[in-house]
Design a protein around this ligand. Structure first.
Ligand code: BES
Ligand code: MN
Ligand code: ZN
Length: 495
């Protein structure tokens, strides 16, 4: 989408649709008042008559005559006292929902002058959110339909702000980049698993490095992984015709002595469960089992486009979990890269097996922090549903930073414990540990498993099983937690 920032008065911009906000009570924002005045008080009358309610997310499209613009889209903004970033996002989603399949080619969004009620509610933050929601809401995934989707009319958006200075401009740009990052994540997630194999994911990393000079990539094949002793990772791909890949993407925008922030993504391009085969119903959704990897790609693209002064390393552990004659059996014991042995009692608990070797591998980067992302456990959906990502960490300060980033970005996490009390559920009769901990606290024992490989650095684990994609009629990748990752990474700039 062609999006530009303008400090002109919205009433003077030639466009097909002006988008203005109406709070449910209290003062209207400046741009709404200007538009109302240009219309001789029409909006005020519609408000009095009850056509404009101000209810959060309610919309009314008003065709007008004799103005530089043909329509006004009034979006209900709810109560001023309740204008959280999440509610601000909701009203933007409602506005874009009307615009995206509407008749207007050029829309003007005036919503950045709407007061937000918390500390983070600066104009810059609102502009970022506007940019992000524009890209996020206009996303479509149509490449696999034989009939071409009809072109959208909307092709230009002007966002108004108090100035077009550098800070506001880059805030809007960061938001747009975040939305595009989410959309890359969605594209990777939605791509069918007969196309999205580990080597296809590796090609996407090479493409990113080709498109962005600031990204360097290195791909390890199975032979190289074998040499490094990554046997737990390789035990997952053993039953697949598709070889595993370890994908490394590096961005060095900070000083050479700055230790990098490392992201590690679970990249199971399809999870059948292996020999511990999953039931058939809904198994197609296991194409999203590379959602952690997809989010890492999305975040790296944002970093590549906005070039913050930090160092970031991304590692994706990509494999397909299939059953065949070469597949790992329940009962097999393998030695991880760390030297610890693992009795694999359930081949469907494969995420932790690919991650534990990747988490050992990343020690070589001397990381400032390591954050892994994984659609790791169904139990996390039972615990937190589809709203919050599960957070686990061996470092309270890091956990707090990530929690705060999630609040700011409307991409929330909720922390669960990894107390030692749970570790004994992983005791094995035959090896150093087993890869499952029984039914109680399944997400926690999965995180406890990972914690045995992350003792040497500050680490957080995000279980995104409930948040990475939507099921049901609107089935598709959500683009989460790219906004969280971007906020978290950017919070290190200048530190
Ligand atoms: N990818 C799944 C977790 C998952 C399940 C994510 C459903 C989203 C929706 C993971 O590999 C898995 O199969 N986990 C098992 C672990 C169990 C065998 C200990 C699970 O959650 O059942
Ligand atoms: Mn599994
Ligand atoms: Zn899985």
């Amino acid at each position: 989408m062609n999006v530009t920032l303008s400090s002109k008065s919205p009433v003077s911009i030639k466009a097909d649709c002006l988008v203005v906000a109406a709070p449910d009570k209290g003062q209207w924002p400046e741009s709404t008042r200007q538009v109302d005045e240009a219309l001789g008080g029409l909006l005020g009358e519609l408000h009095k008559a009850g056509d404009i309610s101000g209810k959060l997310g309610a919309t009314l499209l008003v065709p007008v005559r004799d103005q530089a613009w043909q329509r006004v889209l009034v979006v209900g903004a709810g109560a001023d006292s309740d204008r959280t970033p999440a509610n601000f996002r909701k009203l933007l989603v409602a506005a874009l929902g009307q615009l995206k399949d509407g008749a207007a080619k050029h829309a003007v969004i005036t919503l950045s002058d709407l007061a937000t009620s918390n500390v983070e509610g600066t104009e810059a933050n609102r502009l970022s959110m506007i940019g992000r929601v524009i890209e996020d809401q206009l996303y479509r995934f149509t490449g696999y339909k034989s009939e071409k989707a009809p072109e959208r009319k909307l092709n230009k958006i002007t966002v108004t702000a108090s100035s077009t200075g550098k800070d506001l401009k880059s805030a809007l740009e960061l938001g747009l980049a975040t939305g595009r990052g989410m959309n890359l994540t969605k594209d990777l997630g939605n791509t069918p698993p007969n196309v999205c194999h580990p080597s296809w994911l590796a090609e996407q990393a090479e493409k990113m490095a080709k498109d962005h000079d600031v990204i360097k990539t290195e791909i390890l094949d199975e032979k190289q992984m074998k040499k490094l002793g990554m046997n737990t990772l390789l035990s997952v791909s053993a039953g697949s015709a598709q070889p595993a890949r370890l994908i490394v993407m590096e961005y060095r925008g900070g000083k050479s002595k700055d230790r990098p922030h490392v992201l590690v993504g679970k990249g199971i391009t399809f999870d059948t469960g292996g020999i511990s085969l999953k039931p058939g119903e809904g198994m197609d959704e296991m194409k999203y089992d590379m959602g952690g990897a997809a989010a890492v790609f999305g975040a790296m693209q944002v970093v590549a486009e906005t070039k913050p002064a930090i160092n970031v390393v991304a590692v994706v552990a990509a494999a397909e979990n299939m059953p065949d004659g070469q597949a790992t059996r329940p009962g097999d014991i393998v030695t991880s890269m760390s030297g610890q042995t693992v009795e694999i009692l359930n081949t469907d608990a494969e995420g932790r097996l690919v991650l534990c070797d990747a988490l050992t591998y990343v020690k070589k980067f001397d990381p400032a922090t390591v954050v892994d992302l994984a659609t790791l456990t169904g139990a996390c959906i039972i615990a937190l549903g589809h709203h919050a990502t599960g957070l686990f960490s061996n470092d309270d300060a890091l956990a707090e930073q990530i929690t705060a980033a999630g609040e700011r970005a409307c991409d929330r996490v909720w922390r669960l414990p990894i107390w030692d009390d749970y570790q004994s559920q992983l005791d094995s009769n035959f090896a150093d540990m087993q890869n499952i901990g029984g039914r109680p606290a399944g997400s926690i024992t999965a995180a406890c498993f990972l914690s045995r490989f992350t003792k040497d650095y500050r680490w957080a684990h995000l279980d995104i099983a409930g948040t990475a994609w939507h099921s049901g009629k609107a089935k598709g990748s959500s683009g989460r937690p790219v906004p969280l990752l971007v906020d978290y990474l950017m919070s290190h700039v200048g530190q």
